[in-house]
Design a protein around this ligand. Structure first.
Ligand code: GZL
Length: 318
């Protein structure tokens, strides 16, 4: 009996769907699905660039999505990577909670998940293989320690705080680390604290509101340089001298921060290294090779006060 073309095609399709008929693929071409937070800051732009360049250099095929700082978009992207049967999924969770359901779907699909940059709260740590990123609590401690060592005098020090994205690991932990250090120093007080969502625009807007209600501010603590740079514009618009009338302490140490420090408008930036790409690609290959990995891999970072900015600037890679 002649077998029609249609029945042959449907047999192949059935075989592919059932996985009993594997299409020949290059064994070395791993595919990584990466769900990025967004493009909210200089730090994020450098982080994205590092991941894309490192994937290319490692011969890893990258499927990349930008969630515009919305959790629902990251969840959609992870589901799409599962449907596309990528080899590994990695993402920087915009906030710490609400991931268990979609990560359980990845686990059922036998796709390993790597967290980068930010961590999550979960009842089931088996939902991800490892987390590579900075110790944000330590960054908050470093910022406060610099302040205690460099803001002299006996009088009260009123601090206003620009927090990062509400519910994000960096915002929660940078606040925690900073407060842990100042709690033993009663003259240092956080008098007002509000989120600037890690962006320049929001940082400027919130600082304008702080200054409108009360200009008696000695220190601004910003959870990232972009909000600090926005706040600098607000401080100048209010007729005050940023870096002099108000001491400004920030985190990330992006190029914009070094430019502000060289202009004498920012006093110190605590480094938070976004160049995680090469380490991430090595982890992807290790995970696929079935290697055992620690649950947490920390990145090394420094502290850059204004006085070191001009000398350090030429070395900066982000
Ligand atoms: C920190 C990262 C933060 C940066 C911000 O690792 O998650 O998000 O500090 C960025 O600049 O928006």
């Amino acid at each position: 009996m002649r077998t029609s073309r249609r029945s042959v095609i449907s047999a192949i399709a059935a075989g592919l769907v059932a996985g009993t008929l594997a299409m020949p693929i290059s064994a070395s071409a791993l595919t990584l699905g990466f769900a990025q937070v967004g493009a909210e800051s200089e730090w994020r732009t450098a982080n994205t660039g590092s991941i894309k360049e490192a994937a290319k250099a490692a011969g890893i095929s990258l499927k990349f999505s930008d969630a515009q700082q919305k959790q629902e978009n990251q969840i959609k992207a992870i589901r799409s990577f599962i449907a596309q049967k990528v080899d590994v999924i990695a993402f920087a969770p915009v906030v710490t909670t609400g991931w268990d359901t979609v990560l359980a779907e990845a686990k059922r699909a036998k796709i390993p998940v790597i967290l980068t940059d930010r961590s999550i709260e979960t009842k089931d740590p088996s939902l991800y293989v490892t987390m590579i990123g900075s110790d944000f609590t330590e960054e908050g401690r470093k910022a406060a320690k610099w302040m205690l060592e460099n803001v002299k005098g006996q009088g009260d020090v009123n601090i206003v705080e620009l927090q990062g994205t509400v519910g994000s690991a960096p915002a929660i932990e940078r606040k925690k680390g900073f407060e842990e250090v100042i709690k033993s120093e009663p003259r240092f007080k956080i008098t007002r604290s509000q989120t600037g969502d890690f962006t320049r625009a929001k940082g400027k807007e919130v600082m304008e509101a702080f200054l409108k209600t009360d200009k008696n501010i000695q220190v601004l603590y910003a959870h990232n340089d972009d909000m600090a740079i926005g706040a600098i514009q607000a401080i100048e618009a209010a007729g005050m001298k940023p870096g002099k009338d108000i001491t400004i302490i920030s985190i990330d140490a992006v190029k914009g921060a070094f430019e502000a420090m060289m202009a004498g408008k920012l006093n110190v930036s605590v480094e938070c290294n976004p160049l995680l790409g090469p380490q991430l690609m090595n982890i992807v290959k290790d995970v696929k090779a079935g290697k055992q990995l620690p649950k947490r891999i920390n990145t090394e970072e420094g502290v850059f006060p204004m006085e070191t900015a001009a000398k350090e600037f030429p070395n900066r890679k982000y």
